[in-house]
Write a protein that binds this ligand. Structure first.
Ligand code: DP6
Length: 360
């Protein structure tokens, strides 16, 4: 699949060398992306909150070379990382036709995360979007007429080819990815800023990430997505994502937190239900994930506060709550939920505005 819109005209001149740098946040899906077709096309549309504190900062140094092929080194927190190479090599192969300068340069990719590497928080969304933005910044220098809108659109398009959810990390604070009949401008190719009215209940919404299990997951997202092919419930699940997004459009406008909670928690449990009912099946939740979910439900029933949870492809729990109820809920997290986290660790985050360039 070739998308002509993103293939650049021949560059007028090439730079000898340079440096670009970006920081890009992580994001947490409310309606989940789980299942994909060829070329990183999602099986269903998804929507996410862009986070603020959990982010990756990447500096990309480039210098003209004469050798053939791709040439790059990756450093994580200053340490050479051979493990990241295959994923980046695959990314370069997928995006080469859209960035023909890739073979012209030797790249040094220096990256660091605000969250600990071994926190079980996936860095692929923030990492791939930061790298896509750094590469776009090079292209912008080669093609200075590019509009800001096109820059962001192509950055999201490229990030998607690195990791699907990464295309939702360019902008804030609500991003839709995947074609949906009732969301104008939505596309399978890139994420767009949610284009409709959002009630003030969702301003500064909080996401506290409870680190239940900091280890490597036993099953990668890529393997999980593939298990949705021939999954007995796949078609119903993909339809459900469309209808949950329809319901969410109304909720985001009205500020109806109870319905928000019902949709978001159901999406999280459906995601894990898909994992548990695929062939082969697997479980990523841990006993403490369930302890936390049960405590959240009991606390909500007792207080009437609008605390809820969501999960990504792992055991960690994202606790979501509105700004107006933050004080009481944060206290509850510290006293009641933190004890179910590995070494008591959790990360307080909230909605953010998207990626930012870093001045050299
Ligand atoms: C469960 O974006 O990590 O977090 O496209 O294979 O890199 P790849 O998958 P990835 O999948 C994320 C899945 C999820 C749900 C979501 O973020 O929508």
């Amino acid at each position: 699949m070739i998308v002509n819109e993103f293939i650049p005209k021949p560059y007028k001149q090439l730079l000898e060398r340079g440096v670009t740098a970006y920081s890009a946040p992580s994001n947490i899906a409310l309606v989940k992306y789980w299942g994909k077709k060829a070329h990183q096309i999602p099986a269903n549309p998804s929507i996410s909150f862009t986070l603020d504190n959990c982010k990756t900062t990447t500096t990309l140094k480039f210098e003209k070379k004469t050798s053939e092929g791709f040439s790059f080194e990756v450093f994580l927190e200053g340490v050479l990382e051979e493990d990241f190479k295959p994923k980046i090599e695959q990314f370069f192969n997928r995006i080469e036709m859209y960035l023909p300068f890739l073979r012209t340069y030797h790249f040094v990719i220096e990256t660091s995360n605000t969250f600990p590497h071994s926190s079980g928080i996936a860095s692929s969304a923030s990492g791939m979007s930061a790298l896509a933005l750094c590469l776009m910044k090079i292209e912008q220098q080669l093609n200075p007429d590019m509009s800001k809108e096109f820059f962001n659109k192509k950055a999201s398009f490229l990030a998607r080819l690195g990791s699907g959810s990464a295309c939702r990390s360019i902008k804030g604070s609500l991003v839709v990815w995947g074609t949906h009949a009732n969301i104008e401008g939505s596309s399978d190719l890139f994420g767009i800023k949610y284009p409709y009215e959002v009630h003030q209940n969702f301003t500064n919404y909080h996401d506290t990430i409870l680190l239940v299990d900091k280890g490597e997951k036993q099953v990668s997202s890529t393997v999980g997505h593939n298990l949705m092919h021939n999954h007995p419930f796949a078609e119903q699940r993909f339809e459900q994502a469309h209808s949950n997004l329809d319901a969410l459009i109304l909720v985001l406008k009205s500020g109806d937190l109870s319905t928000f909670i019902r949709i978001v928690e159901s999406e999280a449990l459906t995601l894990h239900a898909m994992m548990m009912s695929s062939d082969s099946y697997f479980i990523l939740m841990k006993p403490n994930t369930l302890e936390i979910i049960n405590k959240i439900w009991a606390f909500r029933a007792q207080t009437g506060l609008h605390i809820c949870f969501t999960l990504d492809a792992g055991a960690n729990v994202h606790v979501l709550f509105p700004e107006a109820e933050a004080k009481e809920i944060q206290e509850f997290i510290k006293t009641e939920l933190a004890l179910h986290c590995q070494n008591g660790h959790f990360i307080e985050d909230k909605l953010g505005q998207g990626a930012q360039p870093i001045k050299n």
